[in-house]
Design a protein. Structure first.
Length: 258
């Protein structure tokens, strides 16, 4: 079985695959500092709680945008699972050509999402990841990663608003019944959700026009993305497990050469 690990700025998301079947997923917070022993013990327990024997894990692949934890996490895989993990980094085979000015600046998570979206849904494709930041990446019909937009994430924007404005409370992020809100909480919800919908529709339209890929499919993933995907016809597919699927695909591409 394959353990896939996506290390994001907020959460570490993990999944276990048996061939192409995703058997289970789980999350842990990224921001708490942990030793390799803490990672190892916690990951073994999380895997076991999914009804999966940790002894059945025979491969691990990791994509990370948080370099500081990689030593401890990698050491945990070796010590507690007996496996040296594959790490998505420069030189790994992905099937996607990065055509930006500095390919090394493209985050591993975005490369993984691009691989998954292109492989599963074809190209050209616009990949939107609603995470700590909301990212828009365009992959051409010949598997070329051609450009990107990075905007503040939904929760990041909301936290900045109530964190910086003394009179605005922390709120649940959800779509209100109407944009014509009559009190503070629903007014904030309207601004956050409808503002994000407007952003998505404008940026997708602009990417399509400037890239020339006017028929590009739009595939979205990540956190609160489901709220937005339900409210706009611009998003063709919402796939919450896109990154985990991409990690499996990349592992399979590199497994053949190991």
């Amino acid at each position: 079985m394959l353990l896939v690990i996506d290390v994001g700025n907020t959460n570490i998301t993990l999944g276990v695959f048996k061939k192409e079947e995703l058997l289970g997923t789980f999350r842990m917070t990224t921001k708490l500092p942990r030793t390799s022993d803490e990672y190892g013990i916690m990951l073994k327990e999380l895997v076991e709680r999914q009804g999966i024997s940790s002894r059945d894990i025979d491969a691990v692949i990791i994509a990370s945008v948080v370099p500081d934890i990689m030593h401890s996490l990698g050491s945990a895989m070796i010590k507690y699972f007996g496996i040296k993990p594959v790490v998505v980094s420069a030189g790994i085979k992905t099937g996607i050509r990065i055509m930006t000015e500095n390919p090394k600046q493209v985050g591993a998570d975005r490369i993984v999402d691009a691989v998954a979206a292109y492989t599963l849904y074809g190209g050209p494709v616009i990949v939107i990841d609603f995470g700590t930041a909301t990212t828009y990446d365009i992959v051409g019909p010949e598997a070329t990663f051609e450009g990107a937009v990075i905007a503040p994430g939904i929760r990041t924007s909301a936290q900045a608003m109530w964190g910086q404005a003394a009179m605005l409370p922390a709120i649940e992020i959800k779509k209100p019944d109407t944009i014509l809100a009559k009190e503070t909480v629903s007014s904030m919800q309207a601004g956050i959700v409808f503002g994000q919908i407007g952003q998505v529709e404008y940026i997708v339209d602009r990417i399509r026009r400037e890239s020339g890929y006017t028929d590009a499919k739009v595939v979205a993933s990540g956190g609160l993305g489901n709220i937005i995907a339900r409210e706009t016809p611009v998003i063709d597919v919402y796939d919450p497990q896109l990154t985990l699927k991409g990690l499996r695909i990349i592992y399979e591409k590199n497994k053949r050469e190991r």
